[in-house]
Design a protein around this ligand. Structure first.
Ligand code: E4P
Length: 221
């Protein structure tokens, strides 16, 4: 299972990459808008910093422009995945791009049947949004379970990328559902790092060790 960082912030990426647990990054226009005006440079830096896939979303609207911009985005770096929102008018664009070998992440997926359509087109990632479904009183995790089952049942090549993960249980349940990827905001990853029992355990080991007085663990050679 892969863990992506859900951010466009270079400092956050710099902080997490050395841990070795990050397999990629997802960005979107909202995340990018927080990082200043030179979005091209921000994106180039991210692609260079991240060893795995970096999803970059199109901002054009007309299907012809979406196709053109997708090609430009894909040419930025080898690890780029082009993110395109689900829409009827973009299906032919997505079909053409996948045939041309461009890797696509279809975003803003809110139903099983939307996911089925784009799985049929051979996209690399399908991004269902858990938190935004919960926001409207629909169980987002139910959709995750259904998508994992659907992809396995029909042996589609697309990977399920759990997105809009807002809290620990979203991530916990996504893992149990068997998602291929979970994209996690850095703030949430930070929360996962400290467990009260781990902190207590370290404190107790330290206290017990100090009872021996000043001593080297392996003694003198
Ligand atoms: C990532 O691919 C999505 O754009 C992101 O997870 C959306 O999260 P949000 O619903 O919290 O904005």
């Amino acid at each position: 299972m892969k863990i992506f960082l859900d951010t466009a912030n270079r400092e956050m990426i710099e902080r997490w990459i050395p841990t070795g647990i990050i397999d990629g990054v997802t960005t979107n226009p909202s995340l990018l808008s927080k990082e200043g005006k030179d979005t091209r440079q921000v994106l180039l830096d991210i692609c260079e910093m991240v060893p795995g896939d970096v999803s970059i979303e199109v901002v054009k609207k007309d299907p012809v422009d979406v196709y053109k911009q997708s090609k430009e985005i894909a040419a930025l770096a080898d690890n780029v995945v082009v993110k395109i929102p689900f829409a009827f008018e973009y299906l032919p664009v997505i079909a053409k791009l996948t045939q041309e070998g461009v890797r696509i992440n279809v975003t803003l997926i809110f139903s099983l049947l939307q996911a089925l359509m784009v799985a049929k087109l051979g996209v690399t990632y399908i991004s269902p949004f858990i938190g935004r479904l919960d926001d409207i009183d629909v169980n987002g995790l139910d959709l995750i379970h259904k998508l994992v089952h659907m992809v396995e049942q029909y042996s589609f090549a697309s990977q399920i990328l759990a997105a809009s993960i807002r809290h620990v249980m979203h991530l916990h349940e996504s893992v149990l559902a068997g998602v291929d990827v979970a994209t996690v905001p850095p703030k949430l990853l930070d929360q996962l790092m400290s467990h009260p029992l781990t902190l207590d355990g370290i404190r107790k080991f330290d206290d017990d060790w100090k009872k021996l007085g000043k001593q080297e663990l392996l003694g003198a050679k």
